[in-house]
Write a new protein. Structure first.
Length: 407
């Protein structure tokens, strides 16, 4: 009995849909707990101060901020590794591969932001959240995609992955530029020096993970105290890890595969549980129609469709690129709805954009509403748009077997 249960659990965790299903489960659990007699304990524990000493630095943050600034730095490190791999040897390493997802991602980032700004134009206090609906939660999106099994063309999955990688690059850039507080030049200089040392290890093609991990923690401390958001240290550190090293080792891919299960099945679920909880007491239609949550929900639901499909159509019709084999426009439309699932990154940006608890709750309502409708609509549309039998373009079985990305 025990061995059967263990085997079933192992089989589940190997499925691409596992990360998305776990995220859905923890988000639902957070909502249940936040609206139960345990609500005070839930919010109280997240607000508990946690003091840690790293070298001479003493860091005092609430548990929620340790999750958002600390654990999520590991998530962003994984994102950085994936971005570097895709740019050098993956779906973005040539113009022919990158052009369609590049323009689709640009549209999918810009149009949701414009819709949000249009709805909130008369509410200046809300405008700092313009980037919230621009983000995509690829773990959720790939989880929904994987529910349809082998009927999904590999080319469609690769396109969604490429769009998500470019979306991640834009989201990280936005966080660095628009959500950075006053900076400490001294701390930034120390961070730059640490990053330079890491780059030297990378240039020397050092295969061991130890120097990148140790110096990555040091870099995180300096960035945390610099005013720049600490999670960006994860992306910067990842850029220093070499694709290939001495002795034929591949440290970037090794670290990526080692980190993935911890990020997908521990870090992201912890973040989701800590950030998805919102009290629904008094929430009605008028709450959903308020400018802040409405701008987020419609930015995700409408903006992603218009942006991704519209920009993709323009570049294909002008002859700049073409659709991948066996991918139809209806499938692209369904893909745009899956890309409108904004959960993890949207909630993360929302926490950076607003300090007021009521506004953060409004962000959660908008993100959850827009993402839920998009997920259901995307699944139903893609299910009807796919062939009844398995796709035949299985040109990359390793890509098909790769676990869903965590970002």
């Amino acid at each position: 009995m025990f061995s059967t249960t263990t085997r079933m659990l192992q089989d589940f965790l190997k499925k691409e849909s596992a990360g998305g299903i776990i995220l859905i489960a923890v988000a639902a659990l957070a909502l249940i707990v936040a609206n139960s007699p345990l609500a005070d304990d839930y919010f109280g524990v997240l607000g508990l101060p946690v003091v840690a000493g790293i070298g001479d630095a003493v860091i005092n943050k609430s548990l929620l901020l340790w999750i958002n600034d600390g654990l999520m730095a590991i998530f962003f490190f994984l994102v950085g590794l994936e971005v570097k791999r895709e740019a050098l040897i993956g779906q973005l390493n040539t113009w022919n591969k990158a052009s369609l997802p590049l323009f689709a991602a640009l549209g999918g980032f810009a149009i949701p932001a414009l819709i949000f700004v249009g709805i909130n134009l008369d509410y200046s206090e809300n405008l700092n959240g313009w980037a919230i609906p621009a983000a995509t939660d690829i773990a959720f999106a790939l989880g929904v995609l994987a529910l349809l099994g082998p009927r999904v063309p590999v080319a469609l999955k690769a396109l969604l992955l490429a769009i998500a990688v470019i979306d991640d690059i834009m989201a990280v850039s936005v966080i660095a530029i628009f959500y950075t507080e006053e900076t400490s030049v001294t701390m930034l200089l120390w961070a730059a020096g640490t990053l330079a040392i890491m780059a030297l290890f990378g240039r020397a093609k050092v295969a061991s993970s130890v120097p990148y991990v140790v110096l990555g923690v040091v870099l995180w401390v300096f960035v945390l105290n610099s005013g720049v958001h600490a999670t960006l240290a994860g992306v910067a550190a990842a850029m220093c890890v070499p694709i290939a090293a001495k002795g034929g080792e591949r440290p970037l891919e090794r670290m990526e595969h080692a980190l993935h299960p911890y990020v997908a099945f521990l870090i992201i679920p912890i973040f989701g549980f800590a950030n998805a909880g919102v009290s629904l007491t008094g929430v009605g239609v008028d709450t959903l129609l308020a400018p802040l949550p409405l701008g987020i929900a419609l930015g995700l639901l409408i903006g992603k469709q218009v942006g991704i499909v519209g920009f993709a159509w323009l570049v294909v019709k002008t002859g700049m690129t073409s659709l991948p084999p066996q991918v139809t426009w209806r499938q692209i439309h369904a893909l745009s709805l899956l890309a409108a699932i904004g959960f993890t990154m949207s909630l993360f940006i929302g926490n950076l954009a607003f300090e007021d608890a009521a506004m953060v709750d409004a962000v959660k309502i908008g993100v959850l509403a827009g993402s839920l409708v998009s997920a259901i609509a995307g699944y139903l549309m893609l299910r009807s748009a796919l062939p009844k039998t398995a796709a035949e373009d299985r040109s990359d079985p390793e890509e098909e077997a790769e676990p869903a990305r965590a970002s």
